[in-house]
Design a protein around this ligand. Structure first.
Ligand code: ADP
Ligand code: MG
Length: 245
């Protein structure tokens, strides 16, 4: 079956000074696919996500979206960025806004939706993450797991083509990891396109369509969860897995 590509990365590179953090990265995210990125701390996972959503400027390569290289200087970066949702390790909620408002601000300011429409959409996604009872709460009144579920609802409220997650459960107390992974699993099953950097090997194994193993700025190996976890071809994949599993 021919898959529809949402984002295609070609020869992407990124350096900080003389430190080459991403080296000639190639990979594709297809529509409806869940891709998990795994690898040691410092291997370049966050930098890759930050390059994809242009929080960092790549030094070279292409990011093809809708058939166009968005790194071309004449490209409309603003429009592209509204099509990507991002969920961060530390939630990055607006602390002075309540839950409902957190899910409306971007819709009002970036998408130009009406207040009424933004509220309807926000409520729809707050229900999806099970936080509709908390619309008037401020972030500081919520647990970490609840905050992250609101952050996911906020990202969904922008109705992005792909949702990027950077270790969404790493900052959570262990007892709250499950509720966030459960929401993410439901989103995956609903057909959302997701690119997830994670240390949760159980999640990657169970939910990913494809697993990408990064090591020292390169994609060392990628394949089905079955292949990566049960039958890796690279020594460094085996070595990494033996440390984390
Ligand atoms: P990971 O998310 O896999 O832990 P990162 O992408 O955060 O890895 O980092 C990869 C490497 O790039 C690390 O050596 C890190 O120190 C370096 N790095 C990341 N961001 C910056 C930055 N803004 N300035 C300088 N070095 C950075
Ligand atoms: Mg990281």
């Amino acid at each position: 079956m021919e898959m529809e590509k949402v984002i295609e990365i070609q020869h992407l590179s990124k350096s900080f000074g003389s430190h080459e953090v991403l080296k000639d990265i190639d990979f594709t995210v297809n529509k409806g696919e869940v891709v998990c990125i795994i690898g040691s701390s410092g291997s370049g996972k966050s930098t890759l996500l930050r390059c994809i959503n242009l929080l960092e400027k790549p030094n070279g390569g292409s990011i093809i979206y809708n058939g166009e290289n968005i790194l071309d200087s004449k490209h409309d970066i603003y429009g592209y960025r509204t099509k990507l949702g991002m969920v961060f390790q530390h939630f990055n909620l607006f602390n002075n806004h309540n839950v409902l408002s957190n899910c409306m601000v971007g819709q009002l300011k970036v998408l130009g939706r009406s207040k009424e429409q933004a509220q309807t959409v926000a409520m729809k996604y707050l229900k999806v993450v099970g936080m509709e009872q908390y619309i008037n709460a401020k972030p500081k009144q919520l647990s970490g797991g609840q905050k992250q579920r609101v952050a996911i609802a906020r990202a969904l409220s922008m109705e992005p083509d792909v949702l990027l997650f950077d270790e969404p459960t790493s900052a959570l107390d262990p007892e709250m990891v499950g509720e966030v992974l459960k929401v993410m699993k439901e989103l995956a099953q609903s057909g959302l396109t997701m690119l997830v950097v994670t240390h949760e090997m159980g999640f990657a194994k169970e939910v990913a369509d494809r697993v990408v193993f990064m090591d020292k700025g390169v994609i060392a190996e990628e394949g089905s969860p079955e292949q990566i976890f049960n039958n890796p071809t690279e020594d460094r994949t085996r070595e990494f897995l033996s440390r984390v599993l």
